[in-house]
Ligand binder design. Structure first.
Ligand SMILES: C[S@@+](CC[C@H](N)C(=O)[O-])C[C@H]1O[C@@H](n2cnc3c(N)ncnc32)[C@H](O)[C@@H]1O
Length: 189
């Protein structure tokens, strides 16, 4: 199951505050809330209908919340862990760099960004994903090559980024997973 495979990459680290960016219906946020019961989890999404559905799934559970927000204008609190799955390719080309820069400002020093997205270097996979999003959502997506992602991380301030190509493995939609670390001594401008 994908969320468990992603959590494995975090090893024994236990985040206390988690923000899921582009949470959609909140499935991943719920997974993280169950997996880290001590943590406060917030899921945000630009799509109000999805957030209303996600809010209906909370059913009185504490420690998890969903809010209708554009990540680019979200007030800058700090989180231990940011989770962002299948989001960057839905963001316009001009905003992708702003999005990664925003994640840096939302992390506390010592925090991590867990990003999973379609690998823009894998032509067959990006073609499949492009057609999928065009047909199902009437949306033209912008897949990012690994070198471009690395450049965005570096420009944002991330010095240590772990890259896991083809993880978790999918023959139809090839993914790349990255963990970008904000060092403890990192200075936020
Ligand atoms: C393909 S869905 C992924 C949902 C979820 N992360 C998952 O893996 O199931 C992409 C989501 O990103 C959201 N999104 C795109 N741009 C956003 C932004 N600027 N701020 C917040 N959410 C955004 C979209 O509304 C959409 O729900």
């Amino acid at each position: 199951m994908t969320p468990e495979l992603l959590v494995r990459l975090l090893k024994n680290w236990k985040p206390q505050s988690i923000l899921e960016i582009g949470t959609g219906y909140g499935v991943m946020a719920h997974y993280f809330s169950h997996r880290y019961p001590e943590a406060r989890v917030l899921g945000v999404d630009l799509n109000e209908k999805r957030i209303v559905t996600a809010q209906a799934t909370v059913k009185g559970r504490s420690g998890i919340e969903f809010r209708h927000e554009n990540i680019l204008t979200l007030p800058e609190e700090s989180y231990d862990l940011l989770v962002m799955q299948d989001v960057i390719h839905h963001v316009g080309l001009g905003n992708q760099e702003l999005l990664i820069a925003k994640t840096w400002r939302l992390l506390r020093p010592g925090g991590r960004l867990l990003l999973r997205d379609i690998d823009g270097d894998r032509l067959v996979g990006t073609f499949n994903a492009f057609i999928w999003d065009l047909v199902l959502n009437w949306e033209r997506c912008h897949f990012v090559a690994k070198a471009s992602l690395q450049a965005m991380f570096s420009k944002a301030g991330y010095k240590h980024v772990e890259v896991f190509p083809d993880y978790p493995h999918s023959p139809i939609f090839p993914y790349v997973t990255c963990i970008a670390h904000k060092e403890n001594h990192a200075v936020t401008e």
